[in-house]
Design a protein around this ligand. Structure first.
Ligand SMILES: [Zn+2]
Length: 330
């Protein structure tokens, strides 16, 4: 957003923009300042000043002033973001695309989180309370019924939003869901939405889930912890185990498996659910990793627990660290 703004301001100065809109002015002083009739209020005596060096304006008649974006907002009665979209269109810049729409969506959901106590309550029940972690993972909340209007207001075409799966039958696809964006580096690729009500628990946008969660950072560690779900991951990161990744389930895609095995000196601690299905999957994956030459270890948790419930029920980081040390061969 900020970079957007800077590049827009570099592409067109306030003075150029005003001249395009047929504002006439005379230079005063050292020619860095110009004065003319105010485009924002009716007047007969010029009181609208533009400082070309600073790229700002001030009107002594109506008392308004600011930069280019502010001027566009005031003259066309637009919001800040709408003014940005308008300027891009004026400059013939490309239509905002999928990446930008996803980024806006991530930002929007992040803003909604703080405004919805039901979402914060849900996170707290799942053991996630650290503000910095919430920020770091860019966790957001989709209340439902607001994203569509927001993105349309920013100039995104409806067919783009439908193609991304953000909109479904004219409505927001994500409704009452805590949202974890999946990034490839810093680029959002998909969104995982966990229902906080009775709806289908897990939901992604209908596009690639990308690789392992947060792999651009976690992949740098020689020892990684692999968990089933993103709430397992969140409590582990919160407890300081930041070399934890997840594959959203127990079955890894080929791409995810390649990521895990991209260095031969890696040890993978598999911390799946302690139920029979989780254990069976953990052993199978562990053996598969060993077959390609990696070290694999199975982390045992108390019966009936997964890493998330283990920490929600009050486990200490030191206890989990002990379980890592005692992890067994598959
Ligand atoms: Zn004025």
């Amino acid at each position: 957003m900020y970079q957007d703004l800077q590049s827009l301001k570099q592409r067109i100065s306030l003075l150029d923009y005003l001249r395009l809109r047929h504002w006439t002015a005379r230079p005063i002083g050292d020619h860095q300042e110009f004065v003319g009739l105010c485009p924002l209020h009716p007047e007969t005596h010029p009181s609208f000043y533009v400082n070309a060096a600073k790229n700002v304006f001030y009107c002594h008649g109506c008392g308004r002033g600011g930069d280019l974006i502010r001027f566009v907002q005031l003259s066309l009665n637009l919001s800040f973001r709408e003014a940005l979209v308008h300027l891009k269109q004026q400059l013939g810049l490309p239509e905002p695309g999928e990446d930008e729409a996803l980024r806006e969506t991530v930002d929007f959901y992040q803003q909604q989180l703080a405004r919805h106590s039901e979402a914060l309550d849900y996170l707290r029940r799942r053991g996630v309370h650290d503000r910095r972690l919430i920020e770091q993972l860019a966790i957001g909340y989709a209340p439902g019924g607001r994203l569509y209007r927001h993105l349309i207001g920013l100039g995104y075409p409806a067919n783009l939003l439908m193609r991304l799966g953000l909109i479904y039958h004219g409505k927001d696809a994500f409704y009452r869901r805590v949202v974890f964006p999946c990034f490839d580096g810093s680029r959002p690729i998909n969104l995982y939405g966990r229902s906080i009500s009775g709806a289908v628990r897990h939901r992604f946008l209908p596009r690639s889930k990308a690789g392992l969660f947060a792999w651009s950072t976690v992949g740098n560690y020689p020892e990684v912890i692999l968990v089933e779900g993103v709430f397992d991951l969140a409590v582990l990161w919160q407890a300081g185990f930041i070399s934890t990744t997840c594959a959203f389930g127990v079955r890894l895609t080929d791409a995810q498996f390649s990521q895990l095995s991209d260095r031969m000196d890696r040890t993978v601690f598999i911390a799946f659910d302690s139920d029979p299905a989780g254990q069976k999957a953990a052993c199978a994956l562990g053996r598969r990793l060993q077959n390609v030459g990696l070290n694999a270890r199975i982390v045992d948790l108390p019966p009936g627990q997964d890493p998330n419930s283990y920490f929600v029920e009050g486990a200490w980081p030191a206890e989990f660290a002990r379980r890592l040390r005692e992890a067994r061969c598959p």
